[in-house]
Design a protein. Structure first.
Length: 119
């Protein structure tokens, strides 16, 4: 089993920055694809970013490209999401997720951390 715990959320003004962390325990994540999703109020959960096991391949939603950066430290079993130039529409609960690289479904999820961007 894998346990994921997000941290770093909070309230920030538009244009500000936050850095989310996702700490994993129970199993090393060096062979897992890690991702961030978010659930905005009143909307469906949506993909934000992902990173492969080596950190050499990343994917981003169009809405966050150029503003958010996903990274990982396999030695610390931790994944990060650096969020810059935040907008009110980035307000959401942000979730960390993990899947083995040979599986298409994210089967491990954290409990989420709230990010609120004020205008």
């Amino acid at each position: 089993q894998v346990q994921l715990v997000e941290s770093g959320g909070g309230l920030v003004q538009a244009g500000g920055s936050l850095r989310l962390s996702c700490a994993a325990s129970g199993r090393t994540l060096s062979s897992y694809v890690m991702a961030w999703f978010r659930h905005p109020p009143g909307k469906e959960r949506e993909f934000v970013a992902s990173i492969n096991w080596s950190g050499g391949r990343t994917n981003y939603a169009d809405s966050v490209k150029g503003r958010f950066t996903v990274s990982r430290d396999n030695a610390k079993n931790t994944v990060y999401l650096q969020m810059n130039s935040l907008k009110p529409e980035d307000t959401a609960v942000y979730y960390c997720a993990a899947r083995p690289q040979y599986v298409s479904v994210y089967n491990y999820w954290g409990q989420g951390t709230q990010v609120t961007v004020s205008s």
